[in-house]
Design a protein around this ligand. Structure first.
Ligand code: NAP
Length: 349
């Protein structure tokens, strides 16, 4: 029986993550043990590796917050028992995250998958898709007709375009490179502004006024946050939900805050979900399930075996808009099997 597994291990925040053999974890009551198939690298994983993400994990630990796989054991409890043998997408904040051959997750953090979705397609089911569903709820609460969005060519940004527009909310997409325009147009985006253009703020002000956008979802922080808020109407709210600029929020006008009732607040999915009762959470997951192959699908740029974690991470950092990099655990074996099959076929011909 296998007792150890390959995993990415982080000894402490900011240290270099290394791939090594460690014992297979034991699930506790309410948890399940999952044989992992695929796990994506998200900006929150990069932040975690650098010690800039609040997760409560103890060190040393296996990073990775979301993934997909098959439940192979139950630590105790009816929810886990029901899942044994099932293919699931899952979210894990346990010490044994998703970058290991086996991971541990709360049974309640697992989403049982339908047969029509592959484990690779399903491994990005939680972080971005649930955030987009939640953001639409937030936008609807504000009764806004349109929202402003930065870093709009991200996977989350593309989901936002599809999902918000399908639900009658326009998206004013802000990107930083012209190459990102086509990426967004393919998703159906019709308002795309490049923050590098000299007349960017003037164009933005016009479109915000025309569409009466009062909600701004900001993935960047830095100087741009305040500049954008300044061209928004009174009573607008900026939800800072990412820190991709690696800078503090800047340029926020005191006049805007005091006299125009504009607000800058944080948005964190984990916190947002805590405001929901079990029934609302179940409804949210049900809605999510139906949209994973359409509005909330993720583009994958590359898959790597866990032994190539470092290379995968570097590729992702340099090519974020291309799509997700997935860490896989049987990639090497599959490649060997494919090569053997090819050699056999070649011999037979
Ligand atoms: N708060 C929450 O609960 C929550 C939940 C989910 C996601 N998030 C956040 O959502 C954001 C998007 O996540 P994702 O997985 O969709 O990202 P992603 O697909 O990896 O894409 C990241 C995008 O950000 C752009 N970008 C990176 N640095 C930038 C900068 N300094 N200025 C402008 N653009 C920059 C990249 O463009 P280039 O190709 O030009 O680099 C790329 O288009 C992240 O900030 C993530 O942390 C937050």
């Amino acid at each position: 029986m296998q007792i150890s597994m390959r995993a990415v291990v982080l000894e402490g925040p900011g240290q270099e993550a290394v791939v090594k053999e460690i014992p297979i974890p034991t699930p506790q009551s309410g948890q399940v043990l999952i044989k992992v198939d695929s796990a994506p690298i998200n900006p929150s994983d990069i932040a975690f590796l650098h010690g800039a993400y609040s997760s409560g994990k103890q060190f040393p630990c296996v990073p990775g917050f979301e993934g997909s796989g098959t439940v192979i054991a139950n630590g105790g409890g009816i929810m886990g028992w029901r899942l044994v043998g099932k293919r699931v997408a899952f979210y894990s904040q346990s010490q044994f995250g998703t970058y290991g051959e086996y991971s541990v997750a709360d049974a309640l953090g697992c989403l049982e998958l339908e047969n029509d979705i592959t484990l690779q397609e399903a491994c990005c089911s939680f972080v971005n898709p649930l955030t987009v569903i939640s953001m639409l709820e937030v936008a609807k609460e504000h009764k806004t007709q349109a929202v402003v969005h930065t870093a709009a060519a991200s996977q989350l940004g593309r989901m936002m375009v599809r999902h918000f527009q399908a639900n009658g909310v326009r998206v004013i997409n802000i990107i930083r490179r012209d190459a990102q325009v086509e990426m967004l147009k393919k998703e159906g985006a019709d308002i795309i502004l490049n923050s590098s253009d000299s007349d960017f703020l003037e164009k933005l002000k016009n479109v915000i006024q025309t569409l009466r956008a009062t909600v701004f979802f900001d993935a960047l922080g830095g100087e741009l946050t305040g500049k954008i808020l300044e061209v928004m109407p009174s009573h607008s709210t900026c939800y800072v939900y990412g820190g991709l600029s690696l800078k503090p929020v800047g340029n926020v006008s005191i006049m805007d805050l005091i006299f125009k009732d504009k607000k800058v607040v944080g948005f964190w999915l984990t916190q947002y979900l805590k405001t929901k009762n079990i029934i609302s959470q179940a409804l949210l997951l049900n809605q999510l399930k139906g949209l994973l192959k359409t509005n909330l699908k993720t583009i994958v740029a590359k898959t790597v075996d866990v032994s190539e974690f470092k290379e995968g991470l570097e590729f992702y950092k340099k090519n974020m808009s291309e799509g997700k990099v997935l860490i896989r655990f049987d990639q090497k074996q599959q490649q060997q099997q494919q090569q053997q099959q090819q050699q056999l076929q070649d011999k037979q011909q």
